[in-house]
Design a protein around this ligand. Structure first.
Ligand SMILES: [Zn+2]
Length: 110
């Protein structure tokens, strides 16, 4: 599955407004789902406000959080270059690389 350039997604997410140690001003940060019960950050994305509210009431009913609309815009994709000999993952897996890459038989690599 590929993602198109400049794709934009919007999600409802929960954030807490806290000041990070060493910083001057508070920011909207990913909260932890009830830290006394759940070990994981509440970084879930919701399609609707109702879904977000349902999750909060279940997992973190007593937390003082903000519901925010987060927009994710793809600005660039970083795709690793495939092997110039076989198209595989040889540059990042030299233990299992092809003979072409192993011997650099056509001097495709410097
Ligand atoms: Zn290869």
């Amino acid at each position: 599955m590929t993602i198109e350039d400049n794709k934009v997604e919007s999600w409802y997410v929960w954030r807490e407004h806290k000041t990070v140690e060493g910083e001057e001003t508070p920011r909207l940060l990913i909260p932890w789902a009830n830290p006394d019960i759940y070990e994981y950050p509440m970084d879930w994305q919701f399609k609707t406000i109702a879904e977000a509210e349902e999750a909060k009431s279940e997992f973190a009913p007593d937390e003082d959080w903000y519901l925010v609309l987060e927009t994710l815009e793809v600005v660039k994709r970083y795709t690793p270059e495939p092997c110039r000999y076989c198209g595989g993952n040889c540059p990042r897996d030299e233990d299992n690389c092809c003979d072409g890459y192993s011997g650099n038989i056509d001097n495709l690599y410097e």
